[in-house]
Ligand binder design. Sequence first.
Ligand code: GLA
Length: 726
Amino acid sequence: MAIYYRQEERIFTLETAHTTYQMKVDDYGFLLHLYYGGKVEGSMDYLLTYSDRGFSGNPYDAGLDRTYSMDVLPQEYPGLGTGDFRNSALVVRNGDGSECCDLRYAGHEVKAGKYALKGLPAVYAGEQEAQTLEILLEDPVSKVRVRLLYGVLEKEDMITRAAVIENAGQGAVCVEKAASACLDFVTGEYDLLTFCGRHAMERNLQRTKLGQGTFRIGSRRGTSSHQHNPAVILAERGTGEDAGGCYGMVFVYSGNFLCEAERDQYGQARVLMGLQEELFHYPLEGGESLVVPETILGYTDRGFGELSRMFHRCIRNHICRGKYAAGNRPVLLNSWEASYFDFTGETICSLAKEAAALGIDMVVMDDGWFGKRDDDNSGLGDWVVNEEKLGCSLGNMIGQINALGVKFGIWIEPEMVSEDSELYRKHPDWALQVPGRPPVRGRNQLVLDFSRKDVREYIFERICAVLDQGNIEYVKWDMNRSITDVYSAANCQGRVLYDYMIGVYDFLEKLIARYPDLLIEGCSGGGGRFDAGMLYYTPQIWCSDNTDAADRLRIQYGTSFFYPACAVGSHVSAVPNHQTGRETSLHTRGAVAMAGTFGYELDPGKLTEEEKDQIRQQVKLYKGYASLIQTGDYYRLSDPFQDACGAWAFVSQDGSRVLFTAVTTEIHGNMPVSYVRLKGLNPEAVYEDTQSGKKYYGSALMRAGLPIPAGMGEYRAYQVELAAAG
Ligand code: GLA
């Protein structure tokens, strides 16, 4: 049992292995938040204090009691218009134009198993692994109802929250803002950690002290975005990698989002995670409802490292689905940085031959194989194989590749259309465009209106017609621009971007149903839609268009705070690197790419025999490590933004096997040696370096560390496999 309700006090308690979450229905029916954090016993309502606060309104039912105000009390789902002047979880415009929603408790239910959300990705769990609490709140005047959903995964130490907003009244209302999680704290000494960036430099860690006022991050680009990831950490001051209290909040959604963190006038903190309010006005007729996507919550008092491992486990085991979720992923050779748009069927077949000789499992034909597509200005939407360019049929080419013992994968970008395409000439109204205004172009392409079923159905048919032409075992699903011109010729405005995302999810769900063994890798100019929502459909995502090993240290460091290595698309590319011009050794590039799904993004035909030999070794090595990387616990051992090296380790669940990697990031004359301390080992065990045979006690490796000599030149990689003796 993970969910308790004490009728006399009207207190709900959610228990996980190491955390307690508590809330209370108060005398007026408001649902107050009491506590979330490390395990506690008893009722936490003693934390609530009451005094007369000037300019903080009092609900009418409190009579003349001026000490009762929603402006001060911690709440589960604060609505606008109740006298709470902080950020709201919900803003509803009623039929009469008023903007208020006064939610009061109207009932609850506890169910076995974890709730699911219609049309949306969400954490899944077996009947025995989770419980659901559903609390019904209702505005007695408008009859707007909110079903607050809590999923409790006791063993995983995770709580999920989602909300369903229902119009149980007669007239129409409009939802102007909706969050799925609100965390209120009666104190406020916190930092907020966010993961911000840009195209080709995603998810840089930023730590901001929560001050009075609101700190907001979010996206209004139609995707979760390169600029801000929908995942944040609220940390007690002084919390670090190995100690300290911290809360993780991960939004399971791939579209526009908003996270607001606030310190109020009394120094109390509130963090909200939900849908972006801009470009969102969701009308609800009587009887209609809106599902607000889920937020996953986790707390630990053991620092960011432990928080990350909790989220890695949750995402690996309760978000990613399909045969690849738990299985090893194929090592890929992708044609993009090998030949860009300039290839024929022969080029792809010769990549496959190289792949076969190097032990690489799969060759992927990236952009350029369809319609008229020799550069990125045309062809999107015309999902017809360009046999003239390939010089053969797709089926024939795949047959040749498979005959070499190599699997085949293909790139698609279903959500897009080029103005220079047959599809656009036929259906210009299928693209998102505001009537009478020239559209904003992005990579010279427009966005198809995926909120429309007819548009999706057409593209689905076209894509399936391609996938049915041969043994296609992998698809890279790309999305290469931000969305503008949010206007649908056939949908109700205000809900277009939300419905767009539901449309994308619907498409993906149908694709998975039709091709259950297909491995889909998500991508949006690299990591522009790297989120838990996409991971529900695509168990791996191309982490960044930046394949530079040195930059990847930082990008993968930030990504690792929430997302497991098995989700992180990571390849070795050619040098000088195509994005930065930097040169790093093949060894370093391999070591860095091994912190992800691993593959290559280069033309092996251009390499020397020596380099090919090295790759052969690398692939062999990776395959030996694959399940350790896939299922092992991940430890960050340095901060590549601060330290002279980037270092991390994968440790098997039983602590007996370790893959340690360090890459130096600086070089100076007469440089001091860096010592990197390992984590998560058995202190009493003796670990043997499987290459050199050197032996160390776990305690020594964890307390004193391993020396990382600076050597000559920057970006030298040290990769050590350690095995516990006996
Ligand atoms: C995006 C992807 C790349 C590649 C190109 C193809 O930028 O992130 O990996 O697939 O599109 O156009």
